[in-house]
Each structure stands twice: as structure tokens, then as C-alpha cells.
Design a protein around this ligand. Sequence first.
Ligand code: G6P
Ligand code: MG
Length: 220
Amino acid sequence: MFQTIIFDLDGVITDTANFHFKAWQSLAEKLGVYLTEDFNEHLKGVDRTESLSRILSHGGLKHSFSKEELITFEEEKNNLYITLIDQVSPENILPGIEQLLNDLRSNNVKIGLASASRNAPKILQNLGLYDYFDTIVDPSKLKKGKPAPEIFETACQQLNIHPKDAIGIEDAYSGIQAINDSKMLSVGIGDLNILKDADYILNNTCLLTFDKLLEIWNNK
Ligand code: G6P
Ligand code: MG
């Protein structure tokens, strides 16, 4: 059986993707860049610096700012994001997730977090889920973010478990690439067209149960 489940956070455990987008949208507007909802797919799972770079490229502003200005923009977005996630509470846990965490625990399966967000520990605390996690990768210590596999490999190393004995769960295209390249089994949550490279796709977290994961693992 699988020995660990490594979760992404945004879009899998809670729906903070919308808060990230609101905060980016507000910054982008100040810079004269208009972001439509569909652009959010290019930001999911991608770290802060790369997200800003993609937004500026989208607005034709790729080389318009100094390093210092870019850092100020990142901080501005993060400050707004932090005020938005202050409202996060256990009510914002996506359906089925807490039951799954309980089932994993009672079956002695290790639980890990591989989120690109430096705000992840705070969000887990606000959700009341922090204590379920046996390990949380610190994304600021990584050489390469998603789609590179390093974050999932690091989660497995921290748990002393081989990636071949692990399942990774993601809602973003970049995250599925990262899981696949780490040689873990990948489960995508969401849109078939975006997550088509995943080993298995579930429409939403209601379908993400311990029994379903067992079935997926036994049929791989
Ligand atoms: C997650 C989100 C991204 C976000 C990244 C960094 O992967 O899906 O949208 O940019 O984390 O988050 P942070 O909270 O560190 O800015
Ligand atoms: Mg995500």
C-alpha cells in the first residue's frame, strides 16, 4: 500500500486560489495590466516571483522594473493576500478533506505538504489542520519550484519514504508535472483538460476518499 500522501494546499485542501488571484489582480490593475479569470490557471502552483514575472510578461512589462521595484510589488501583493487569508477558518476546508486526513492517520499513512506558498503553515493553522501534517516542505529552501519535482522529492525525503510508495495530490498543471517527474503516483483534482497528464483525475475533493485512493493504488 502507499505509505504517504503528499498534498498541495491551494485548490486541494482549501480554495485560496481565488484570494491569490484577487491580490494579484489588484496589483496588476495598478500597473495597468488587466487579468481575466482564465489567466489564473497560469499562476496556480507557481511561486511568487514567477507569478509576478508571468503577469508582467502578459502585460508587456517584462523588462520595465528594477529588482527593488519587483520586490516591492511582491510584498504589496503578499500584504493584501495576508489580510484575505485572515478570514480563513475551518469552514473553508474543502469537502471530504478532514475525513480523508483522519482516515490516513488511522491507517498509519504519513501526511505531507508540498505547497509553493510561504503562507501555508499559517493557512493550515487557520483551518485547524496543522497538527495532521507529519511534514511540511519549506518552499523558500528549494532551488526550483513547481513544475520541478524538487518539492515533492523533498517531502518524501523528509519522511524517509521512497517516491514510488507515495501519492501526490494537485489541482494545478505545474503541480502534476512536478509529481510525475518525482515518480510518485499523481492524482489531479479538477478539470480533465488542464490535468490530463495526471495518472488519475477526480472532479472534486468529495470524491477524494481513502477507499478511492486504495482503489487507484491497487489498479496502477
Ligand atoms: C501556491 C499558489 C500560487 C502561489 C504560490 C506562492 O502554489 O497556488 O498561486 O503564488 O503558492 O504563494 P505565497 O503565499 O508564498 O505567495
Ligand atoms: Mg494548488
